[in-house]
Design a protein around this ligand. Sequence first.
Ligand SMILES: NC(=O)NC(NC(N)=O)C(=O)[O-]
Ligand SMILES: [Zn+2]
Ligand SMILES: [Zn+2]
Length: 446
Amino acid sequence: MNDVELVLRSTRVITPEGTRAASVAVADGRITAVLPYDSGVPAGARLEDFGDDVLLPGLVDTHVHVNDPGRTEWEGFWTATRAAAAGGITTLVDMPLNSLPPTTTVDHLRTKREVAAAKAHIDVGFWGGALPDNVKDLRPLHDAGVFGFKAFLSPSGVDEFPELDREQLDRSMAEIAGFGGLLIVHAEDPRHLASAPQQGGPKYADFLASRPRGAEDAAIMTLIEQARRHGARVHVLHLSSSDALPLIAEARRDGVRITVETCPHYLTLTAEEVPDGAGEFKCCPPIREAANQDLLWQALADGTIDCVVTDHSPSTADLKTDDFATAWGGISGLQLSLPAVWTEARKRGHDLEDVVRWMSTRTAQLVGLDGRKGAIAVGRDADFAVLAPDETFTVDPAALQHRNPVTAYAGRTLYGVVRSTWLRGERVVADGEFTDPKGRLLTRPS
Ligand SMILES: NC(=O)NC(NC(N)=O)C(=O)[O-]
Ligand SMILES: [Zn+2]
Ligand SMILES: [Zn+2]
């Protein structure tokens, strides 16, 4: 084993065994030991002492739309990965849509990887996309290292990424189950969307009524039925409807291989407080009522919801119009996800270990990266965030690093200042100062 190069020390290190004062030894970008706080520093090693700031594993955000290449006026690898790093995220997995080309063939994946390579400030992996006409591309994409496949059941918002009907979903799922892959699904049933009251305009209540919980519940029922039949591994993206929770819990008890994520905005923002005309709050499925949010928190606490990811899906500011029917759907959360979730979590009696489990450990597990990411433990990559959990700040859009600093969190006061972020033992950002990009491109461990 190589000599220890770096020791990171804090009175509060979050490890799988709990939070304790510890020294974390690093060599060749990996954690080689987690030792008592006063273990000393080997000759030739550098010491970084964070005092009482918390050292936690870098977050793993498995739901990010980087949009590069093709819609780089919306977002790109340079800006998205800087925003992520500033928010304590050290790994992201890029969604297959909104970039041009979308990640739906091996050729397109190659293009994406070339574009990302020089710009990534954190580690980056890729999801593939399941379209009505690319079943033959799924296995080659899997073999090329994508982490799984996203499918929509309702329109995606971009023409080049059409949704699957039930038969097409069935066919793609059979194919993906055949090679042991993971299918991740935007679960809103188009029939329930079509039959809901439709009314454009600036009233949030009208938008909410147009995308009812029943649309999510019905799509999730379809997904469960098909996953059960195929023995497939499926994952529900960006769950907002609390009514779907009992369905998911029951399916899991029956042995269906289903996991679920939700997002910071569903956990921290409520329909009651969305101002009319405020397009920065539009996302699909929508932010729902406070009572719904309480049930999402309960499901996180009892484990029905596995993890929390951003669904960072930005656009240019002009597309976030005051008409909820036509405004771009997507909330930009990369830089603020940790403080936003932590602020609400602490209010509800959770500790940072819970937040780390939801935003790092479980997301790493979801994509099979738990051998390398998601915990401060020997053998894992030396990816860290240093957080001052009791310090507050007020969200100023001008301080955000993503390309179009539109945010639903403007003016909110949040707990948790990310002081620095570390990737494989190297500092990526500290107090707003970034180093040159050091991110690597990840493939699914086989
Ligand atoms: N085209 C999108 O980026 N859609 C995303 N938009 C949201 N969530 O509003 C998503 O993940 O479905
Ligand atoms: Zn989606
Ligand atoms: Zn998304």
